[in-house]
Ligand binder design. Sequence first.
Ligand SMILES: *[C@@H]1O[C@H](CO)[C@@H](O)[C@H](O)[C@H]1NC(C)=O
Ligand SMILES: *[C@@H]1O[C@H](CO)[C@@H](O)[C@H](O)[C@H]1NC(C)=O
Length: 395
Amino acid sequence: MALALGKSISLFFLIIFLLDVRAKGVESRWSMEGEEDLELEKQLKMLNKPPVKSFQSKSGHIYDCIDIYKQPAFDNPLLKDHKLQMWPSSFPKGMPIYSNLRQNSTCPLGTALIRRTTKNDLIYGKTLQNHVKSHGINLKSGIDDGSHYAVMKTNVGEYYGASAKLIVYGFPLVKLDQVTISQIWVIGGAGGPEDKINTVQAGWHVYPAINGDSLTHLSTFWTADGYKTGCFNFNCPGFVALSPDFGPGSEITELSVYGGIQKSIEISIFKDQETGNWWLTYGHERSFVGYWPKELFNNLEKATEVDYGGTVYSPFNEPSPPMGSGHRIDEGRNKTCYFLNVQLVNERNELYDPKDNNVHLYADIIEYYDIYYEYESGPPDGCQFSYGGPGGYTR
Ligand SMILES: *[C@@H]1O[C@H](CO)[C@@H](O)[C@H](O)[C@H]1NC(C)=O
Ligand SMILES: *[C@@H]1O[C@H](CO)[C@@H](O)[C@H](O)[C@H]1NC(C)=O
């Protein structure tokens, strides 16, 4: 009897104790959210500068024209002594470059087009970006965290840039918690310690969590500490925007039709050998989008590896999204997705085709996403590979 009473008394206190813990847990979670919210508001206020002009795209995004000298990049403490560069002091030999200046630019002279960052961009950007890291890191960990890859990787060496023409598709059914990216990774510190990995990345993505839609957008990313910090597009200060017509996060509206007309974007990333900044050009005219200043990096004097291809992410228990054109690599032209005119930049600042003994292919679940290299140097499409797949892999 006494024992039973003792038991029920301890049970009573246990319940009280548990309720108390739960209440405290909830309370601290709420106050945490309040603080996080304030923090996000503060970040947004810093990232979204007062615009010279603003407008809304058809899909409802707000774009701002921001004075290039007052853009968010300059809030990064690493850039406090940075002198804005309007034009690279050198660029790869043979790369056709056209001026950003047009009569009919979207933004007025002296301003750059910057997509306005929203609270959701910041919340979801942080949660998901850890999942679409460099595959090199994922490979080492051997853990299936929901990201998958089909990429062409160069051997470890010395690279000063990369360039390719990416066929672009749209995937309106990609879900809020999924990502599909096709891009070029320019990697410093490859093969070294993880936290010393520096990257600049650019291509296209469907990434509803940071865009608020399932449209196709110009995708950029950088990190200087193996993905602990860094971010997509303008979600943190770093990238210096110069184009009055498009920028990181801009919508890409000309998309390929499966079995029909194929649309592409040209992406080049190269080091300005005098200043050390990493430039990004976009489009057939290779207009300058802007650059990642060298001050952001600690291990990117040169790239030691360049990767090209696709990566996707989906959470546990959810079929993975499509990559490339969403079709298998053996369907051929106009159906399979391609990277065309794949090139690298050497220490003499010359563009060159990768040799087959300098690259290797990697795909982690080839039944779902694969890659095939067609070494075929010469016009019009040069060195090229097909990649991608429908997805549908569930962990
Ligand atoms: C601006 O003009 C060029 C030709 O001069 C044209 O190709 C382009 O589509 C125009 N852009 C806009 C946004 O009107
Ligand atoms: C791909 O499309 C282009 C133009 O739409 C066409 O000229 C070409 O024959 C097509 N190629 C194949 C293999 O279907």
